[in-house]
Unconditional design. Structure first.
Length: 349
């Protein structure tokens, strides 16, 4: 499409994420919401109010909406077990799908969608917006500036109290699907060029938790370049915790805050064998919603621009990490990522 054309978008699933995206998109001159699909009357009503849509633009059936509206792109924010079938329908209808993470619940299905998009000449993308949070952008810039030298050790902790389990209560891997998926993508951004080699992952449920599946996860991830990352993420901590510590040949950096999606961060830097001191490393990074940069890059890609890291093809590496983590939790053994034939498609670039 040409960059001056209106991008007619269909929203599937009018929950909180769709409302966040729409709030940013409606400020763009190239965006038009042509319809909403939701299985609930409340979701359809919310979509009608948010986008000013008539009843004729509200649907409970995706196939019918695609046939009647013929949108250019479809924003899919539904439970992950629905993503494969819904994205497949959109691609077959000639639309560009932007699918919430994870793109599917199965790596082979993700590869199938990537291949179908390529065959149709369409752009499949995944909603991995949190790598554009201000602190991840700042951390990536600081690491890539060489200020820490060769980063070879990292410790990451991000868990929070989430006693209202909602739709995650009966999920087999709630933390990995809902939380770690963003974390792993952020690691690939901060440590650009480092390949994830293997992961050893353990998941558990604290006695006070209401989750059925592992809502707390500990892991060791090894990346190329001798980088070892100790990971903790979850939804059943007794108080919020967020810390990301990196150590390199020239010094160390600490980032502390409340959560990955809250950009109120404190930073400390120490030279090699020296003491930590407070330092602002994000002063040059604008304060804005991560969706703003994400959606601008998405639109640019649809108009023939650079393929972003969240394209379906590029996102396979994040999904390989997620799939290997799940396999490791279930088997109790480390799982290879790079070099594993199962994830070959993620490392073809």
């Amino acid at each position: 499409m040409h960059e001056t054309q209106k991008l007619r978008c269909l929203i599937v699933g009018m929950g909180g994420i769709s409302r966040q995206m729409h709030a940013v998109l409606k400020t763009k001159p190239w965006y038009e919401c042509c319809g909403v699909v939701d299985v609930t009357d409340a979701g359809l009503a919310a979509g009608a109010e948010a986008a000013g849509l008539p009843e004729s633009a509200l649907f409970k059936d995706l196939s019918r909406a695609l046939a009647e509206l013929k949108p250019d792109a479809v924003l899919i924010n539904t439970p992950s077990e629905l993503h494969f079938a819904q994205a497949q329908l959109c691609l077959e209808a000639g639309c560009h799908p932007l699918v919430a993470k994870p793109v599917t619940n199965d790596f082979a299905q993700a590869v199938e969608l990537v291949e179908l998009a390529a065959a149709k000449g369409l752009n499949l993308c995944v909603g991995q917006q949190l790598r554009y949070n201000r602190h991840y952008t700042a951390l990536a810039g600081y690491v890539q500036s060489g200020a820490l030298g060769s980063v070879e050790a990292a410790w990451f902790m991000n868990s929070k109290p989430r006693p209202n389990v909602a739709n995650l209560g009966k999920m087999l891997q709630p933390t990995l699907y809902e939380n770690a998926c963003h974390h792993f993508d952020a690691f690939l951004s901060v440590f650009a060029g480092r390949e994830p080699e293997w992961i050893s992952c353990d998941g558990f449920v604290p006695s006070w938790s209401k989750y059925a599946g592992p809502c707390m996860v500990n892991a060791l991830i090894r990346f190329s370049g001798n980088l070892h990352l100790s990971y903790h993420g979850g939804f059943s901590s007794q108080a919020p915790m967020y810390e990301f510590r990196l150590e390199g040949s020239q010094g160390a950096l600490k980032c502390r805050g409340l959560h990955m999606s809250n950009d109120t961060m404190d930073y400390e830097v120490a030279p090699a064998l020296g003491q930590f001191a407070a330092r602002r490393i994000d002063d040059t990074v604008p304060v804005c919603s991560p969706w703003l940069q994400f959606l601008d890059l998405w639109h640019d890609y649809l108009c023939g621009g650079v393929e972003p890291p969240f394209s379906g093809r590029n996102n396979l590496k994040t999904f390989a990490m997620l799939s290997a983590a799940i396999e490791s939790v279930e088997s109790g053994k480390p799982v290879m990522i790079a070099g594993n034939p199962k994830f070959k498609a993620a490392f073809l670039n």
